[in-house]
Design a protein around this ligand. Structure first.
Ligand code: NAD
Length: 463
C-alpha cells in the first residue's frame, strides 16, 4: 500500500474520531463483542492461516497462546470498562477552595498498531482490545512475514467493522514505514528494538506518542536451592513453545556451575518428553523463514567453533524446524550472547556465586522478562533488586504476560510503556484534568492590584 492508499484508510477514522463524542461503555462493550465474534467465529481459518505462514505452526499453540488469551483479554475489558471509565475525584488544596477537581479518561483518537509475525493474532487483537475499550478508533498493520494471516485479518475486519472504526493495512516494510509516519494520536509498535528506533523517529514528526513493545535477552536464574528437574521443565516449557520465537522466552539460563551438566540433561529430558520427535511433530513449530533458520545455524556454528558444548534433540531430518538445542557456556562475545536468540537455542551459563550471576545479567541491556527459580524469598528479592526487567515470573516462565491484572511492557531497550487490562485502557486514554471553580474564587480575588491581603497570604503560604 502506498501513501495515498494509507491516507484513504486513515481519513475516515480521523474524521470520525474528531466528529463524534466519546463512546459510552455500552458502545465500547459492543465493539469488543464484535471483536470477540470476529475471533471466535473464525478460529479454524485463523489457525490454518498462521500454520501456513509458519510452514508449520502447532494448531494447539495458536489456540492456547493466541486465541484464548485474546478472547480472555476482551472479556476482561468488557467486564471492567465501565468502572475504568469512571471519573476519578482528586482532592483540592485549601488555597483553591471551594472547588472540585477530577480526571476524565477520554479516547485519544486514532491508534496505530504495528504487529510482528511471531504471535500475529494476539499481538494485533491484544492492543486493539485496549484501544477499543478506551473508546478509540484504530488502524492495524500486521507483519509481511505472515501474509495469509494478514490478508485474512484484513478481510475479517472489513466484514465485521465499519471503516470509520477499524481498518487493516497490509504490505511490506515500505508500507510499514509510511504507516508509522501517519499522524496517529498514539502508535503502539511490537517488534524488534532496531525497528522500534525507526518507528519512534517517524512518529516524532507528528509528536505522536509511542508505546514500544520490544525484545531483548531475558535471563532465567536457577538458584542452588531449587529442584533442578522442576526448573528445567518450566524453562523447557517457556523456551520451546513456538520454537523459542516468543518475546519473553528465557534467552539464557544462569545455573550453579556444579549443576550445569545435570541441568542440561534435565532440560533435554523435559524437551524430549514434550516433543518426542521434531520432524513431522505437529506440536513443535517451525522457524518462520530460511533466513531466520540460517541466522540461528550461523550463531550455533560460531559458538561451536569457539569451543562451546552443544547438545540437542535429534532433528530427524527436519528442514523447517530446529530441534531444541542447548549451548553450554558460550563465549560472552558470541552472537548467541550478544543478540536476542528468538529460536529454540538455549545458552546455559555456570556461576559460582549468585552475586556473580546477578552482576552478569545486570551488566547487560535491560530485558523484557526475567525468571528466577528459588524457594527462598531472600534469594528472589536479591535477584529482583539486582536486575531490572519489564516483567517477572518467579518459579515458572511466561505466565506474567497472561495476567489481565498486570501491566505488560519493557524497560529501556526492551520497550517503553505498558498495556493489558486497566493499564492498557489508561495507555490509550487521555487523563484529562478538570477543575471546577466554586461559588467564590478566593485566589482570583486577591489581585491584582496586589494588596496587603495577597502579601499576607504569600507570607503564610510560602512558609
Ligand atoms: P520487526 O521489528 O522486524 O517487525 C515488526 C513489524 O514492524 C512488522 O509489522 C514490520 O512490517 C514492521 N516494520 C518493519 N520495518 C519497519 C519500519 N522501518 N518502520 C515501521 N515498521 C516497520 O520484528 P519481528 O521480526 O516481526 O518480531 C520479532 C521481534 O519482536 C523480536 O525482537 C521480539 O522480541 C519482538 N517482540 C516483542 C514483543 C513484546 O510484546 N514486547 C512481542 C513479540 C515480539
Amino acid at each position: 500500500m502506498n501513501h495515498d492508499d494509507l491516507q484513504t484508510l486513515f481519513a475516515p477514522l480521523h474524521r470520525a474520531s474528531r466528529a463524534t463524542p466519546a463512546a459510552d461503555a455500552q458502545t465500547r462493550r459492543a465493539w469488543l463483542e464484535t471483536l470477540a465474534r470476529l475471533v471466535r467465529e473464525n478460529v479454524e481459518q485463523i489457525v490454518q492461516a498462521i500454520d501456513a505462514d509458519f510452514g508449520g505452526r502447532s494448531h494447539d499453540e495458536t489456540r492456547m497462546l493466541e486465541v484464548l488469551p485474546a478472547l480472555r483479554g476482551i472479556r476482561h475489558a468488557q467486564r471492567h470498562v465501565q468502572r475504568w471509565m469512571r471519573q476519578v475525584r482528586r482532592p483540592v488544596d485549601v488555597v483553591f477552595q471551594p472547588a472540585s477537581a477530577w480526571l476524565r479518561y477520554e479516547p485519544l483518537g486514532v491508534i496505530g498498531i504495528i504487529a510482528p509475525w511471531n504471535y500475529p493474532l494476539l499481538l494485533s487483537i491484544g492492543p486493539l482490545t485496549d484501544a477499543l475499550a478506551a473508546g478509540n478508533r484504530a488502524m492495524l498493520k500486521p507483519s509481511e512475514l505472515t501474509p495469509r494471516f494478514s490478508e485474512l485479518l484484513a478481510q475479517l475486519v472489513a466484514r465485521y467493522f465499519t471503516r470509520d472504526l477499524l481498518t487493516v493495512a497490509t504490505g511490506g516494510v515500505d508500507t510499514a514505514r509510511v504507516f508509522s509516519s501517519l499522524p496517529f494520536d498514539h502508535l503502539l509498535f511490537t517488534g524488534s528494538t532496531a525497528v522500534g528506533r525507526e518507528v519512534m523517529r517517524a512518529a516524532a514528526d507528528h509528536l505522536t506518542p509511542v508505546t514500544l513493545e520490544l525484545g531483548g535477552k531475558s535471563p532465567a536464574f536457577v538458584a542452588a536451592d531449587y529442584p533442578l528437574a522442576k526448573a528445567a521443565d518450566a524453562i523447557a516449557f517457556g523456551k520451546f513453545l513456538n520454537a523459542g520465537q516468543t518475546c519473553i522466552a528465557p534467552d539464557y539460563v544462569l545455573v550453579p556451575r556444579a549443576k550445569l551438566d545435570d541441568f542440561a540433561a534435565a532440560v533435554l529430558d523435559a524437551a524430549r518428553r514434550r516433543y518426542p520427535t521434531v520432524a513431522g511433530n505437529a506440536d513443535y513449530s517451525a522457524v518462520i523463514t530460511p533466513r531466520h533458520r540460517q541466522r540461528l545455524a550461523s550463531a550455533l556454528d560460531q559458538a561451536r567453533a569457539a569451543g562451546a558444548r552443544v547438545q540437542a534433540l535429534d532433528a530427524g531430518g527436519a528442514t523447517e524446524k530446529i530441534a531444541p538445542t542447548l549451548v553450554l557456556d558460550p563465549p560472552q562475545d558470541s552472537l548467541l550472547m550478544r543478540e536476542e536468540i528468538f529460536g529454540p537455542v538455549l545458552p546455559l551459563i555456570g556461576y559460582d556465586h549468585l552475586d556473580e550471576a546477578i552482576a552478569f545479567a545486570a551488566a547487560r541491556e535491560r530485558p523484557l522478562a526475567l525468571y528466577c527459580f528459588s524457594g527462598e524469598r531472600a534469594v528472589q528479592r536479591r535477584v529482583l533488586d539486582g536486575v531490572t526487567s519489564g516483567g517477572v515470573t518467579l518459579n515458572g516462565t511466561l505466565l506474567h504476560i497472561a495476567q489481565d491484572n498486570l501491566p505488560f511492557g519493557g524497560i529501556g531497550p526492551s520497550g517503553m510503556g505498558a498495556y493489558h487490562g486497566q493499564e492498557g485502557f489508561k495507555r490509550f486514554s487521555h487523563a484529562r484534568a478538570v477543575f471546577k471553580v466554586g461559588p467564590i474564587n478566593v485566589f482570583q480575588r486577591m489581585g491584582p492590584p496586589w494588596t496587603g491581603l495577597a502579601r499576607r497570604m504569600f507570607g503564610w503560604l510560602a512558609r
